[in-house]
Design a protein. Structure first.
Lengths: 252, 92
């Protein structure tokens, strides 16, 4: 008789997190209950905020044996507000500054490494604006793997009238500390396939480990199950590649 | 794409949000991904009162055609009324 095991059991919920400057912010944590050592992932939410669809991604990592945490990057702009109201308040205030983002991701990584049974290895993943932020974190923080899902302005400067303090990250590529997986849509304009090609050439020029995939018939936000941009075939293959990548770099 | 570009306009009026009526002091207008509308991009307008917090917000997400039709309807309605009838005085 085959024994039925519950190795996939996990717990999930909201926790306080020490973020940038020691500020206490809200975060969503999901972690496996199994006693074996596990790798961890910081999930960086997109510009529309700390929403249900991204919380589901956090739970998906836990279901696959990773501890995962998503800091609410808009908490300071709108503590306790609904994710859409918080995202609007953050946008009106000029968006999430890069320095604050790094402080929050660093706090999230430290929280994950402090969990019982952490193997000490932490990766990051982000979509849309979070893709750029995941790449930024990989250039600046002690991470072991990073996934950039269609982040714009990793290469290429935003138009001059952009009110947000986002800029190209090309100058940081020499500091990139870990392998990067990049997942993009061929129909996307931000980043365009040309910009993805430029980023890949820069990573090659600096000898940085990376793996890029551009999905045909997918545009921006093809992972977003609650949006019309969702492309199941690209998203399913993308998830497969994300887990293969993290299994290689974050497992004991 | 995430456009990031936001246009602001000072408002003098009221809006009715999730918790009832509030004095509306600002509108933020941007073209970006919507939260709810079933389109990849929309014209989004947030009627807010920042002093009352982030929940003092009435949000609309409109297609480009809808937004332009709304502008036209506002102009037509104003043109049909005596000039200055709905004026609150100059906005700061």
């Amino acid at each position: 008789m085959v024994k039925i095991e519950s190795k996939d059991a996990f717990t999930a919920g909201t926790v306080p997190l020490a973020g940038h400057g020691g500020d206490e912010i809200e975060a969503y944590l999901a972690r496996p209950l199994a006693p074996e050592p596990h790798g961890s992932v910081v999930v960086i939410h997109h510009m529309p905020g700390y929403d249900d669809a991204t919380k589901e991604m956090v739970r998906t990592f836990a279901a696959h044996g990773y501890a995962a945490i998503m800091p609410n990057l808009h908490w300071r702009d709108a503590p306790g507000a609904a994710p859409d109201d918080a995202a609007a308040a953050s946008r009106a205030a000029g968006g999430v500054p890069d320095a604050r983002l790094l402080g929050d991701v660093a706090g999230a990584a430290a929280h994950l490494r402090g969990l019982p049974n952490s193997n000490g290895r932490v990766g990051s993943i982000g979509h849309c604006s979070g893709g750029r932020q995941s790449f930024l974190a990989a250039c600046s923080l002690d991470l072991d793997a990073a996934v950039d899902c269609y982040g714009a302005f990793v290469v290429g400067e935003p138009p001059e009238n952009f009110p947000l303090a986002v800029s190209s990250l090309v100058h940081l590529i020499p500091d990139l500390r870990c392998p990067v997986l990049g997942l993009f849509g061929a129909e996307d304009k931000y980043p365009s396939p040309e910009e993805v090609g430029e980023l890949e050439r820069e990573l090659e020029r600096h000898g940085k480990a990376h793996e890029f995939h551009i999905y045909p018939e997918a545009a921006h936000a093809f992972f977003a199950v609650d949006r019309p941009s969702y492309r199941p075939a690209a998203a399913m293959d993308g998830w497969r590649r994300v887990f293969a990548f993290f299994d290689e770099h974050l497992r004991p | 794409m995430c456009t990031y570009v936001t246009e602001f306009a000072t408002m003098d009026g009221s809006a009715k949000g999730a918790t009832g009526w509030f004095p509306c002091t600002r509108a933020a207008v941007y073209v970006d991904h919507p939260f709810h509308a079933r389109h990849e991009h929309t014209v989004n307008i947030d009627f807010t009162n920042p002093e009352l917090g982030p929940s003092a917000r009435v949000a609309v997400e409109l297609t480009e055609e809808s937004a332009l039709a709304l502008i036209e309807a506002i102009r037509t309605a104003l043109a049909a009324a005596p000039p200055g009838l709905a004026s609150g005085g100059p906005l700061s």
